[in-house]
Design a protein around this ligand. Sequence first.
Ligand SMILES: [Fe+2]
Length: 388
Amino acid sequence: MIAIENLVQFFIETREHTENICKPLEIEDYVVQPIADVSPPKWHLGHTTWFFEEFILKHHKEGYTLFSEDFAFVFNSYYESVGKRVVRTDRGNLSRPTVDQVYAYRTYVTQALQELLEEEITPIVEKLLTIGIHHEKQHQELLVTDIKYILGNNPLTPIYEGELRFRESKKETLQSFITINEGVYEIGHTGEDFCYDNELGRHKVYLHDYQISNTLVTNGEWIAFIEAGGYQETLLWHSEGWDWVNTHEITAPMYWYLIDDEWHQYTLNNGLQKINPDETLAHISYYEAFAFAQWKGMRLPTEFEWEVASSQLDWGDRWEWTESSYLPYPGYTKEEGALGEYNGKFMVNQKVLRGGSVATPPKHTRHTYRNFFQTGLRWQFTGLRLAK
Ligand SMILES: [Fe+2]
């Protein structure tokens, strides 16, 4: 549990960090939504603010006046029980509210919340504030990956020129496999520190003997997969994955370009760069991760295998696809009310990713953290670790 004064500081730092991520942007960068999954930076700035306004200020600050009656419609993401909202694919069609208005909204809400916190912090406000901070941190990561998509899919391939550096390139060490003995292991969050509801329900699982790689798959290994015809070999793929490859004409990870017979990739801080084969791979879908593991004669670890081995792994550079479906742990209970929509309603047709990434903000992920995405998505910094 974090002390109240530290929590207030954590809140202020988090609000500032979000704005720091956006500092290098030009005004036009704030507004576009090139694909449905990528939200405009302006929308993230507003949505994270709306979250504090809707869940804390509106109900817990006496005499609070909404910054704008219209903003809930624009900045509610997926909370059905809170009211109607703009459809996701239209987030990039909104020239208003302006970026300036959204920054003014942020200041207004941050100040109102600071005032509330100076008066009295009730246990419920403390709990909601903690969730609001972690929620904003999740959006910080989305901001980084969405900015990468916006800039990286622009034909001018502009560079993200900020003080913030994202260590996208990291040399992998020599690969070896760690052996874990069969047995009963405990999975899930324990202790007083914050976690999401989906990490709770600590429970036992039985694992058979397995081996897990100490390294993540590298760009060089992926080039070998491409050159061996991996994207053309139907037998390596799930039926759905094969449809995905063909429908979207996938021939390489996202942000990879073959220029004069040499593979290049777009990176935030350095733009288009020649690919270094010794560095860690990023931006692949679950379908690709699975096909690659098949090609290697291995498999992806389950999320339980990953968690048990995690203390022996160097993790945190990529979200690692696992073979586990995103399901509730035993005894899982949703929060009451709208916040029950936070995690539980997504526990269908998604795979769990473990670890963290170069875009994950400080003090956010942990070894029990369960990220989750649909199987075809790859604009996050996703990679894979082999198991057998
Ligand atoms: Fe959100």
